[in-house]
Design a protein around this ligand. Structure first.
Ligand code: SIN
Length: 311
């Protein structure tokens, strides 16, 4: 039977699938549901220092080829997630989970990271540099100068395994510039990609979500080619010590196969998890294993990053 086991930053996971931050991860009940599913791990909703109500509803809609959202980082605040993770470490010492966070300013981001550094948390931290939905706050990782400054300041005191969640980039020069910055730091992973920011979905004569007059992050089937391009572009450019988590457009085992072929070590499921619930992890894992068995692959390493080019 093929294995979908994987590793990130030296931590082992029984399965390479997990939720994408934002889906099934706001409350402890949702996180427990993902933990108890076929997923290999979970990531929390991106935490800020204080709880946030987020943007007005309706702020998330499934649409035929994916989803649009402008949630605006609703969350229960860092202490809620950190306390739960610390408790979970005692209950499940052999498993590793991800804590997502970002501040409403660089200074708040450092307060959050210092809190994690000083805590007993021994899992993986994902710094979300890519939320497109907070009015007046641009996606941080589109500003290379600010990104480099935040990472430089963070690594002066942060010694735990840290990765970053990235927005999609669309230009080869931007892949080059972003990778050159990321390669300066002891990052453990980059997560490609967050939603494609600020799309518009129109039904009849109106937008379908309330915040920002309908502008929102696009997920699902629409974004797989962009996600794969980002995974592969960073696989080609980053130091081998920086692993890649692939996120975007995962509906089937074939989609996971493609993310891994492009270089991902772990793959996150967002819109499909929202549409289907945690049984999606079992279905997608079985589909991936069937593809691996058919091709004679026993482990993800047999095909990870081995995307073929045409001559
Ligand atoms: C949100 O809460 O607006 C979505 C989170 C994200 O895109 O990072």
């Amino acid at each position: 039977m093929p294995s979908t086991q994987t590793q990130i930053a030296g931590f082992s996971f029984d399965n390479c699938l997990m939720n994408a931050a934002g889906v099934a991860c706001m409350s402890i009940a949702e996180l427990e549901e993902v933990k108890n599913s076929a997923a290999g791990s979970f990531v929390t909703k991106t935490a800020t220092l204080e709880p946030r109500a987020g943007n007005p509803e309706p702020r998330y809609r499934n649409v035929p080829l994916g989803s649009i959202n402008s949630m605006g980082l609703p969350n229960h605040g860092i202490d809620y997630y950190l306390d739960y993770l610390l408790d979970l470490q005692n209950r499940e010492p052999n498993r590793t989970f991800f804590l997502s966070l970002v501040g409403m300013s660089p200074s708040e981001t450092h307060t959050l990271l210092r809190k994690v550094e000083e805590s007993g948390f021994s899992g993986l931290t994902e710094l979300n540099l890519s939320c497109p939905n907070v009015p007046g706050k641009p996606q941080i990782a589109y500003d290379f100068e600010t990104t480099e400054k935040i990472l430089g300041d963070a690594f002066a005191y942060f010694s735990k395994p840290l990765g970053i969640k990235l927005p999609p980039y669309f230009d080869i020069v931007h892949f080059d510039q972003a990778a050159a910055i990321f390669n300066k730091f002891p990052l453990k992973f980059v997560n490609c990609v967050n939603s494609i920011g600020n799309g518009l979905y129109v039904e009849d004569e109106a937008v379908i979500i309330r915040p920002k007059n309908g502008f929102g992050g696009i997920g699902g089937e629409y974004i797989k080619p962009t996600a794969l391009a980002n995974v592969h572009a960073f696989c080609q450019r980053l130091n081998p010590s920086i692993q890649i988590i692939g996120t975007g457009g995962v509906l089937t085992g074939r989609d996971v196969f493609e993310h891994i072929l492009c270089g991902a070590s772990m793959v996150q499921v967002g819109t499909t998890l929202h549409k289907e619930g945690v049984p999606a992890f079992t279905r997608i894992t079985e589909e991936l294993k069937a593809i691996m068995a058919e091709k004679g692959y026993e482990a993800l390493d047999d095909f990870r990053g081995k995307l073929k080019y045409l001559d």
